[in-house]
Write a protein of this length. Structure first.
Length: 296
């Protein structure tokens, strides 16, 4: 060192230096996640009393003069969400999380895929803005959601009323999708693969604002989840020209579709989304490139 600066420090051997490394380290412990295996906790079920079970977590701290670790006992009360997994297998590990100063204990469940059904019947569905689901049998689900889309565009984004309405919309989409599946338990389902659909378009700004709340991705995700738990086959097909093709004569004429109505010179006069759903069903039945979800 020039001018013998810090001589007391530089003259010492490394092992003689008293360096507090922890002072040099900065930890951000606002958000942490720790997996605990079965050796670090146990669960006691309760058949009676105010709580349904107790989770006892063993701390890395031992009582003085004893080999037994100190513990934290957490009472657990089931609710409607946790009861959904009542028949699932609970894994022998839990996740302890700290998020923004709040602590959470997450249980991990697993369930084997339902045995694949040998359905002989198939049904096609078209996912749309004015009708959440239109099937190839001519039935519609979720026509009332368009009113929710409009109300969302008029709410201040991020406000409590906006968040509440957005959550309501998500719950309704899940409910209606599940209702459709329950009413077609003996059917395999063919739907559009809309992963490349984009909201931004040449439409007016007001139209794009409404389209951003269209829930096609949520419907597909819900169908994929239900196909695993219920055992039906979900086939996703390329939706190109399904809304422009006549399901009776096969003519592909864009002008035949006028809004929610489809009319062809061959005499077909039908709801446009029902027409598209029929074409989706046929493409799913005969197109070798269809993407089918496989079940164990």
């Amino acid at each position: 060192m020039k001018n013998n600066k810090f001589k007391n420090f530089t003259d010492k051997h490394f092992h003689e230096l008293n360096i507090n490394y922890l002072k040099r380290l900065k930890f951000d412990l606002k958000n942490i996640s720790i997996m605990l295996n079965e050796n670090l906790f146990d669960i006691e079920e309760c058949d009676d009393g105010e709580f349904d079970m107790f989770v006892r977590i063993f701390l890395p701290i031992f009582k003085e003069g004893k080999k037994r670790a100190k513990t934290i006992c957490l009472p657990i009360k089931h609710h409607k969400h946790s009861l959904k997994f009542k028949d699932w297998k609970r894994k022998k590990s839990v996740q302890l999380q700290r998020i923004n100063g709040k602590y959470f204990l997450n249980f991990i469940y697993e369930k084997e895929d339902a045995k694949k059904k040998d359905n002989q019947k198939k049904i096609g569905i078209d996912l749309g803005y004015h009708k959440l689901i239109a099937d190839s049998n001519g039935k519609f689900y979720g026509k009332e959601l368009i009113d929710i889309y409009k109300r969302l565009t008029n709410k201040k984004r991020g406000s409590k009323k906006y968040q509440k309405l957005l959550k309501f919309k998500e719950n309704e989409v899940n409910r209606l999708t599940k209702k459709f599946v329950e009413e077609h338990q003996d059917y395999d389902i063919v739907c559009e693969d809309l992963k490349n659909v984009k909201h931004k378009s040449s439409f007016y700004k007001s139209v794009n604002n409404k389209l951003q709340y269209w829930s096609y991705r949520q419907v597909i995700d819900k169908l994929e989840s239900l196909s695993e738990s219920e055992g039906f086959t979900l086939t996703k097909i390329d939706p190109a020209y399904t809304s422009q093709t006549c399901s009776k004569c096969g003519a592909v004429i864009k002008a035949n579709r006028e809004g929610e109505h489809y009319h062809c010179s061959c005499g077909l006069d039908i709801d446009a989304d029902t027409n598209a759903a029929i074409n989706i069903l046929r493409r799913g039945a005969y197109c070798p490139s269809s993407q089918k979800l496989k079940h164990k």
